[in-house]
Design a protein around this ligand. Structure first.
Ligand SMILES: *[C@@H]1O[C@H](CO)[C@@H](O)[C@H](O)[C@H]1NC(C)=O
Ligand SMILES: *[C@@H]1O[C@H](CO)[C@@H](O)[C@H](O)[C@H]1NC(C)=O
Ligand SMILES: *[C@@H]1O[C@H](CO)[C@@H](O)[C@H](O)[C@H]1NC(C)=O
Ligand SMILES: *[C@@H]1O[C@H](CO)[C@@H](O)[C@H](O)[C@H]1NC(C)=O
Length: 416
């Protein structure tokens, strides 16, 4: 009975602490003031989170009231003081620079300022956020380079810097972010060689598309083998097909389209055990080499896009043997020869739902199984080839002419 009484009073005392003593740690209040002061006053519009931040009252004690309506979360710490654990501002169009903020918020785990008009450089002082797990600064106007100090945020799991004006190269220090799972830096002006990030053994998703990165290096382990999705679409990658991906056992999506890669697409990539979507479109590849092993190892592959390259030779027959392939785009290359019957069967049996072969130098008859495919049951295009028996009565011949005899002959001369 006495024990129970003690327990109850301990419990009620805990409650009274929460109710009475929930004041914010003074340094956290200072940091919040600091943040509000850095935002240009004219951009703090009525009804926005920041407009409700009124420091005549205690922030954590007035959370979700008319003052401090939104934008922060607090947690109770053992010392009887509340600590700010989350800052997630609304996308109210805030402008200003964060350069002078000291970021002394040691308990903050989320900082989300995405979708505003913040500018200037990202401060080195962000590394004071030692417990930060998520940093979202997407869709602002931050410029200059990514601070090296971001690499010393030991618990960072999500880093979103996409859609800003960041430039320079990506700091190699990011390889220390061993908890990082998602990393988005697409839509910036980053350049130079991609750093070694092979130690990021938890990284699942990396999107660096729409930048000006020139290389991902030649070290076969320079990218984390834990990646599930990797995009470096629309950069300036040069040289031969990178080989880092062949080791990645979980990779499902690989997009290297809109780069300047040359040479052969080697067969191993089609034997990849987990890859489902492969896009190498809009490069300068000149050949596809058939895999030497069993292409059925690539049984997860669903979509292959090799369009807009300069690939010579016959259509690769082995692609029709990928059991799960449902979309194949080989448009605008220099493929010649006849359409393999394997392709036609795969469309006819509704396994392949998209087959785009336009803009090549294919010739010969239309395979019979293709002729029996109902319009609307698959998306197929054979326009702009050298198929002189491709009348408009077939839906896949519609929407463009075949090439002229002269154009068709011109390529054959270049084929050995
Ligand atoms: C940052 O502080 C420096 C020195 O106090 C000052 O000159 C500068 O204007 C400040 N920058 C911003 C964006 O407030
Ligand atoms: C490539 O990136 C540039 C710059 O980010 C952009 O202007 C362009 O539209 C992008 N092109 C494609 C095809 O995505
Ligand atoms: C991309 O980087 C190259 C140097 O590697 C430079 O010459 C080019 O101007 C850059 N392109 C853009 C759009 O910034
Ligand atoms: C095709 O993909 C689905 C979904 O990923 C999977 O369940 C199925 O086993 C695959 N088919 C083959 C033949 O592997």
């Amino acid at each position: 009975m006495k024990q129970l009484h003690v327990l109850i009073s301990a419990f009620s005392c805990l409650l009274c602490l929460v109710v009475v003593d929930s004041i914010t740690h003074p340094r956290d209040v200072e940091a919040l003031k600091n943040l509000k002061r850095s935002i240009e006053r004219k951009s703090i519009t009525m009804g926005s989170c920041l407009s409700s931040w009124d420091f005549s009252v205690d922030p954590c004690d007035h959370i979700f009231s008319a003052r401090f309506t939104c934008g922060i979360r607090c947690d109770f710490s053992l010392a009887g003081l509340s600590r700010v654990t989350e800052i997630a501002l609304d996308s109210a169009g805030y402008s200003g620079e964060l350069t002078n903020i000291t970021w002394l918020l040691p308990y903050l785990h989320t900082l989300d300022l995405s979708g505003n008009s913040l500018s200037g450089s990202l401060p080195e002082s962000l590394s004071n956020l030692i417990r930060l797990r998520q940093l979202s600064l997407s869709r602002n106007s931050f410029s200059l380079s990514i601070p090296t100090s971001i690499g010393s945020l030991p618990y960072l799991e999500e880093l979103y810097l996409d859609d800003n004006k960041l430039s320079g190269s990506i700091p190699p220090s990011l390889n220390k972010l061993s908890h990082l799972k998602n990393f988005a830096i697409q839509q910036n002006q980053l350049s130079g060689e991609f750093p070694f990030l092979g130690s990021l053994s938890n990284l699942n998703s990396l999107d660096a598309s729409n930048n000006n990165i020139s290389s991902i290096g030649t070290n076969p382990l320079s990218l984390p083998i834990s990646l599930i999705s990797f995009s470096m679409r629309n950069n300036s990658l040069k040289g031969e097909m990178p080989r880092q991906f062949l080791h990645m056992r979980y990779l499902e999506v690989l997009d290297l389209s809109y780069n300047e890669l040359v040479g052969a697409i080697t067969g191993e990539i089609f034997e990849h055990p987990s890859l489902q979507q492969l896009s190498f479109s809009h490069n300068q590849f000149s050949a596809v080499i058939s895999p030497s092993g069993n292409v059925r190892r690539g049984r997860k592959m669903v979509a292959v896009d090799l369009s807009y390259n300069k690939i010579n030779g016959l259509l690769p027959k082995f692609l029709a043997e990928l059991p799960n392939l449902s979309a194949l785009s080989l448009e605008h290359n220099r493929f010649t020869g006849m359409i393999p019957s394997g392709y036609a069967f795969k469309v006819r049996t509704a396994s392949l739902q998209r087959l785009l072969l336009g803009g090549n130098y294919l010739f010969g008859p239309i395979p019979d199984p293709l002729k029996r495919v109902e319009p609307g049951s698959a998306k197929v295009s054979l326009v702009d080839n050298c198929l002189y028996t491709c009348p408009d009565t077939f839906f896949f011949c519609q929407g463009g002419e075949q090439k002229s005899l002269i154009q068709c002959k011109s390529l054959r001369h270049t084929i050995p």
